[in-house]
Design a protein around this ligand. Structure first.
Ligand SMILES: [Zn+2]
Length: 83
């Protein structure tokens, strides 16, 4: 049984350091605290449960990576890092 649920929406921007592909995804993040006091976060995107964006390693464009995670609106500012 969950006694405490906090839902937040956060948008993350990603950029692939391999091919330069950049994209954004908005997540619904449900923070819950179980009866033992353990905090956990479940991530949902477009209505489906997904892995944490913090563990995202695959680029949807080239399937390689690595992926750099940015906050929204910062994709363009990373262009100088791209080859
Ligand atoms: Zn890529």
């Amino acid at each position: 049984m969950e006694r405490d649920t906090e839902t937040v929406h956060e948008a993350y921007s990603f950029v692939c350091l391999h091919c330069g592909h950049g994209w954004e995804e908005e997540y619904e993040i449900r923070h819950t605290t179980d009866l033992a006091g353990h905090r956990r976060a479940d991530y949902f995107a477009r209505g489906a449960r997904v892995r944490s964006p913090l563990t995202l390693t695959d680029c949807p464009s080239c399937n390689l990576g690595p992926i750099r995670i940015l906050r929204p609106g910062r994709v363009n500012s990373t262009r100088p890092y791209l080859a």
